[in-house]
Design a protein around this ligand. Structure first.
Ligand code: 5CA
Ligand code: ZN
Length: 407
């Protein structure tokens, strides 16, 4: 599927260090050391109620990693999916009387516009799940043939116990959660632990048999559609080398989504899904997680339509460390608008003949330490406040590493 246009990213002088990021699986900050190519997979939107500030924050976290990797000299291959067929999308389409395909197409276009406005480097492959149904179906058949999946009614489930015995993956390996917590989260986040007849209540669905009034695809498994985790597992295998360097998304995806995505990949390939799993914290609004189900949403497009400079939205988000949870408030935005104005004022005094940049080293240093964007913004603030005129290298560094053009 088409993604969106590439922003300009300047090449910076000198060399940058390999960044360190917090890996959920090991629970520690580790260097993300790509081999020849840095493979990045980030879980994409389910296209309704896009793009809220929570989504934008997650994609900006990984955009920062992408920028830091490129600056460190790596080729990055970036893949992002779009979950364009899923229960909540279908429910919204039914509730609003819109065809689910039209709902998805409109929201994907909105998302592209928002990402472009925010200056996010597009994925190399922006993959609709509906374009991968055949590949998913083949993968499910392989799991059934291998004895790692089982039928229940018209559906097919992943046999977690058999998969753990057969591969290096163990239930809890990615999320590091205990079983009781997993049971609670599975029930909240799209799983069905209470369903009768499952071998393990946590086993996730791989293929959902056709239900009346819902879209389905013809299959030897019985007409149906893919389960959620197998989609991301298959897309990663299709477009990236396994293990992918970083698999990421918001922290709400740690369990069950990333746990079972990794389980499916291990069961299908005998290999680890990802070298590291990186998760962004959750943005809240009015006291609760910003989420489609609660409806407490602030949309990027609404802010831009209201006249907010997208660079200020970017700065508002980057003023929080990606890994912590934080709250969107009017004050967060006001502060960012003022910061942008001060940076623009400083950039107006460009020293066109200057070639040095202490700031570049400071930005590189901050971002290599678990993508510490608040420290990076503070470094620019300090530089702007110092009275020193910016050089072109300063402005290129802000543009390439923080995605904010002041030229
Ligand atoms: N389509 C699936 C992933 S395969 C999905 O979770 N879609 S989503 O539209 O619900 O979320 C898209 C991305 O934004 C995910 O990476 C999710 O973890 C992240 N996200 C959702 N809400 C928030 C929030 N409030 N704060 C930060 N990130 C969020
Ligand atoms: Zn996903």
């Amino acid at each position: 599927m088409k993604s969106w246009s590439q922003p300009e990213v300047a090449r910076l002088p000198g060399t940058a260090a390999i960044p360190q990021v917090f890996d959920t699986t090991s629970g520690s900050i580790i260097p993300v050391r790509p081999s020849a190519v840095a493979g990045l997979y980030v879980c994409g939107i389910t296209p309704y109620d896009a793009t809220h500030i929570g989504h934008a924050a997650t994609y900006l976290a990984f955009d920062t990693l992408n920028r830091v990797w490129r600056d460190a000299g790596y080729d990055v291959r970036y893949v992002q999916n779009v979950t364009d067929v899923d229960d909540p999308l279908l429910e919204r389409a039914t509730a609003t009387g819109v065809d689910w395909r039209d709902l998805a197409a409109g929201q994907i276009e909105l998302f592209r516009n928002d990402m472009r406005a925010l200056g996010v480097i597009p994925p190399d492959h922006f993959v609709a799940v509906t374009d991968m149904v055949g590949r998913v179906e083949q993968a499910v058949r392989r799991l059934l043939d291998a004895g790692l999946a089982y039928r229940l009614g018209n559906d097919v489930y992943f046999d977690s116990t058999a998969a753990a015995a057969h591969s290096s993956w163990q239930l809890g390996q990615v999320s590091q959660l205990d079983r009781d917590t997993m049971l609670v989260l599975a029930a909240q986040r799209g799983g069905d632990p209470a369903r009768e007849g499952k071998r393990d209540p946590l086993d996730p669905v791989l293929w959902m048999g056709a239900r009346p009034g819902e879209p389905s695809w013809p299959s030897e498994l019985g007409d149906g559609r893919p389960g959620w985790h197998i989609e991301c597992s298959v897309i990663v295998q299709e477009f990236l080398d396994i293990p992918v360097t970083v698999a990421g998304g918001g922290r709400d995806l740690i369990f069950p989504h990333h746990e079972f995505t990794a389980g499916h990949t291990a069961a299908l390939t005998g290999r680890r899904h990802a070298q590291s799993h990186v998760h962004a914290g959750l943005v809240s609004y009015r006291g609760e997680k910003m989420s489609k189900s609660l409806g407490n949403l602030v949309f990027v497009s609404a802010l831009v339509t209201a006249g907010v400079d997208p660079r200020a939205i970017r700065l508002a988000i980057l003023s929080h460390h990606y890994r912590g949870d934080w709250e969107w408030t009017d004050e967060v935005l006001t502060t960012a608008v003022a910061r942008l104005a001060s940076w623009i004022g400083w950039a107006g005094g460009l020293d066109a003949s200057g070639t040095g940049s202490e700031l570049l080293a400071e930005l590189r240093d901050a971002l290599a330490r678990d993508l510490a964007t608040p420290a990076a913004l503070a470094a620019v603030d300090a530089r702007a406040a110092s009275g020193a005129s910016p050089t072109r290298v300063d402005l290129d560094a802000i543009h390439a590493l923080l995605g904010v053009s002041l030229h």
